[in-house]
Design a protein around this ligand. Structure first.
Ligand code: NZQ
Ligand code: ZN
Length: 389
């Protein structure tokens, strides 16, 4: 373990089919005014909205709604939430939805009492938090981002064409998160596999960097193997509880900061996807699925021992008679096959990009990662061109 670290994760997780039963007790720790944040209506379709409202009313809470939070949530929407926090003296923001809803809730929580321009201070300059943070809690309905147990808040500034992920410290983590795998049964296959690739990408971003012997890498290999096993089961039968629950908890573990401890991490695939998302508004995980293979083909030879290990440990590649490069490439072919078999999208064109956009996307990427090779903007453009069709 090369790096010293602190591990502190204050989010309390309630996991399982009956996890919503804990909401009432948790609410007793907060004041009367609740900002209920949710997306475009899926929680109403699955009946969760009614259940949550019933519990809030039974606790005599005053409910204020921040509805219609969009995928790739915008700073404009965030400011709408900030205004509600002030107008109604909000005591707790309860986010019910996927990563976009939870990210926006966290964004509102850190921005509401910021005296400066929060976008500039927190997302552009990355300054430390120095104001009161409104408590946030979540009920997760779409699996992938890990936002339910971390300090990430990815916000899009439409006017500036920037999608920026800020990782805040534990003071901005959800106080508690309720994870019931059955709430995810209604997620479309498109969104489900997008979320699954997001999980894989979080694990690979943390894995493909550094080569010391690190317990984090062994954890990542196990989580990847679990995903590879459970994904076809969930595609075949979306209401398979074993598969959905394993995928849900894998997502949380993949980005609650545990598996990245003690080592450097890459995150360039995410940096590229964020700008792709700023231009196309595509589903986050699908953007990652498109970019990953051309990216890894560009860099694998600079981290050959790790790509070889990935092939053998994660994809069970039989290495007999093959040299290191052949083994590594076989691993990447298995990953490509997994992406195709899971019906993930691998063409930027299909994700809404035009040829003309690629240059601006590539040149707006923050390329200061810790991957095996530092890529310049021209190389990023090449990668985007390789997955365009
Ligand atoms: O808006 P509704 O109607 O709820 O529909 C949503 C949305 O259209 C739908 N959905 C959610 N739960 C559902 C459901 N549909 C049916 N049944 C349900 N139970 O799914 C669609 C996508 O939701 P969204 O929240 O956008 O997806 P995801 O969880 O993938 O979040 C993506 C956002 O998170 C950011 C991404 O960049 C993107 O902006 N990320 C956040 C991270 C973090 N906080 O640490 C890290 C990630 O790398 C990522 O960057
Ligand atoms: Zn992600």
């Amino acid at each position: 373990m090369k790096q010293d670290f602190v591990f502190y994760n204050p989010t309390k997780i309630y996991f399982g089919e009956h996890s919503l039963d804990n909401l009432k007790d948790e609410l007793s720790h907060y004041g009367q005014n609740i900002l209920l944040a949710y997306g475009g209506g899926s929680i109403k379709k699955i009946g969760l909205y009614d259940e949550v409202i019933k519990i809030l009313k039974s606790c005599d809470k005053h409910i204020v709604e921040l509805a219609n939070i969009m995928p790739n949530p915008t700073y404009k929407k965030l400011m709408e939430g900030v205004n509600l926090v002030h107008e109604y003296h909000i005591d707790l923001i309860l986010a019910v939805g996927g990563g976009s809803v939870i990210d926006l809730a966290k964004g509102v929580s850190v921005s509401a009492y910021c005296k400066d321009d929060a976008w500039k201070k927190y997302w552009i300059k990355g300054e430390p938090l120095d104001n009161y943070v409104v408590p946030v809690a979540s009920i997760l309905t779409m699996v992938g981002t890990g936002s339910e147990m971390n300090g990430g808040s990815v916000i899009t500034n439409v006017a500036q064409k920037l999608k920026v992920g800020r990782v805040f410290g534990p003071e901005a983590y959800p106080k508690f998160s309720i994870l019931n795998p059955t709430y995810t049964y209604s997620v479309s296959q498109y969104q489900m596999v997008s979320g699954i690739f997001d999980i894989m990408s979080h694990l690979m971003e943390q894995y493909f960097s550094d080569d010391d012997d690190n317990v984090s890498d062994y954890l990542i290999e196990s989580l990847l193997k679990c995903l590879i096993k459970q994904t076809p089961v969930a595609i075949q039968n979306p209401t398979n509880y074993e598969a959905r629950s394993n995928i849900m908890w894998t997502a949380t573990l993949a980005l609650n900061t545990l598996v990245g401890k003690g080592k450097t991490q890459d995150w360039l695939v995410h940096a590229i996807e964020h700008q792709l998302g700023a231009y196309t508004n595509c589903a986050h995980g699908m953007g990652l699925a498109a970019i990953s293979i051309p990216y890894y083909r560009h860099i694998y030879s600079y981290g050959l021992p790790k790509f070889k290990r990935f092939a053998i440990e994660v994809f069970n590649v039989n290495s007999s008679g093959l040299n290191d490069e052949e083994i590594a490439l076989k691993g990447l072919r298995r990953l490509t096959k997994f992406i195709k078999n899971s019906n993930m999208v691998t063409s930027l064109k299909e994700l809404g990009a035009t040829k003309e956009m690629l240059h601006d996307i590539a040149y707006s990427v923050n390329n200061s990662g810790y991957g095996y090779k530092q890529l310049d903007h021209e190389e990023i453009l090449q990668i985007l061109e390789e997955c365009y069709e």
